[in-house]
Ligand binder design. Structure first.
Ligand code: PMP
Length: 377
């Protein structure tokens, strides 16, 4: 006779989420921790968007929308992206978060045995989604500075390589790819005929400055490589992680397959939230980005006194190296024993040498947390 566990598919069993679970188990015992583990902004959804969501629900936008999303939101995003990218980005599909876009793009393109290349450290979902799709995750070590190195990526190419997944600004390192790195990635993609998936969910959170002091736009492969699937969303930019809204743009044959698969999985992104996102696009988020630049400065200036750490120029993460003689898991256990919750690097990496801090918290808690971490180093 089968017990319930015997019904679990090999596919589900192949996804190993034990690293993060151990952290959550430890965290569950903490009372009022200084929580530097959360991957979402500490500000709330702008009021304009909240009111628009309530209004949308009241006015009856409570049914399925078209699978691809409501026309006014898709048109607005298409126009905005086309302006920024400098060429028509084609159809836009509204997804259930960027997670939805990742799931659909990987499922639409990966056959069993196909390989997808991405830098290590990486956003955890890439590895697990590739496992679910029967593909192979090929991780390219980017330590110690987390930069894109063409020669390392070249070495990972095989006849089965199909996708190159880029994530800039990066979770968990906060590194933003330069124009030169994006160009190098495109050259590799062209040479080996790869599809690029560009996960740009942290796009508005950019802190770098050029010689004129301008932050400038995000270098995106979408600008020059037409075999790019661009994934962005509202989760981080507008603090709507629970609203489940993202979008995908790219070549029509792929977006239309993603749309077909969305029809039989998510059906559509949440209806009222799509109307609210349209309003949210009117709200300038520069204030939030400036506030996060200050938090980045607090975290980097404090932590760099005691830790080997790369200065992040985007997103809201920083990824310092654990002190010599201790692995990241043990160092994180020590931090948790001292009431500071951070995530060990082995959740995002094949190495267990670094740990991830999210600085999306109040300046005061951040300062306190970083000082405690320094005292443990
Ligand atoms: N990509 C990256 C790099 C992320 O960090 C996250 C969320 N932590 C996602 C995608 C998924 O975002 P969403 O909540 O919009 O599904």
């Amino acid at each position: 006779m089968r017990c319930p566990a015997d019904y679990i598919s090999q596919r589900a069993n192949a996804v190993d989420a034990s690293g993060i679970r151990k952290v959550f188990d430890l965290a569950a015992k903490m009372k009022d921790p200084i929580n530097l583990s959360i991957g979402l902004p500490d500000f709330d959804v702008p009021d304009i968007a909240k009111n628009a969501a309530i209004e949308a629900i009241r006015s009856g936008h409570n049914r399925y929308t078209q699978t691809q999303g409501i026309a006014p939101l898709r048109e607005r995003l298409r126009a905005q992206l086309t302006g920024e990218i400098g060429r028509d980005v084609g159809e836009v599909l509204i997804t259930s978060g960027v997670s939805g876009g990742l799931f659909l793009s990987i499922l639409s393109t990966i056959n069993p045995g196909d390989e997808a290349i991405f830098l290590d450290p990486y956003f955890v979902m890439y590895k697990h989604l590739l496992t679910l799709a029967g593909g192979k995750a090929v991780m390219v070590d980017s330590y110690p500075d987390f930069r894109f190195r063409a020669e390392r990526v070249e070495k990972a190419i095989t006849p089965n390589s199909k996708l190159l997944i880029l994530n800039s600004p990066s979770n968990p390192t906060g590194v933003v790819m330069s124009d030169i790195e994006v160009k190098a990635a495109i050259e590799i993609a062209r040479r080996h005929d790869l599809l690029l998936i560009s996960d740009e969910i942290y796009e508005p959170f950019l802190y770098g400055k050029d010689a004129q002091g301008d932050v400038g736009g995000l270098p995106s492969p979408m600008k020059t490589y037409d075999k790019t699937i661009l994934l962005r969303g509202f989760s981080k930019s507008h603090a709507m992680t629970g609203w489940r809204l993202g979008y995908a743009a790219g070549p029509e044959p792929i977006i239309s397959q993603m749309t077909k698969l969305q029809q039989y999985t998510y059906v559509c992104a949440p209806s009222a939230m799509q109307y609210a996102a349209l309003k949210a696009m009117d709200v300038p988020m520069k204030g939030a980005v400036d506030a996060y630049r200050t938090k980045r400065d607090i975290a980097f200036s404090t932590l760099s006194k005691k830790f080997e750490v790369v200065e992040p120029t985007g997103a809201f993460y920083i990824f310092p190296k654990a002190p010599a003689g201790i692995n990241a898991t043990d160092f994180v256990a020590k931090a948790i024993a001292n009431n500071v919750l951070v995530i060990p690097g082995n959740v995002f990496s094949e190495r267990d040498t670094h740990f991830r801090i999210s600085y999306a918290t109040t300046d005061e808690r951040l300062r306190q947390g970083c000082e405690i971490l320094c005292s443990l180093a």
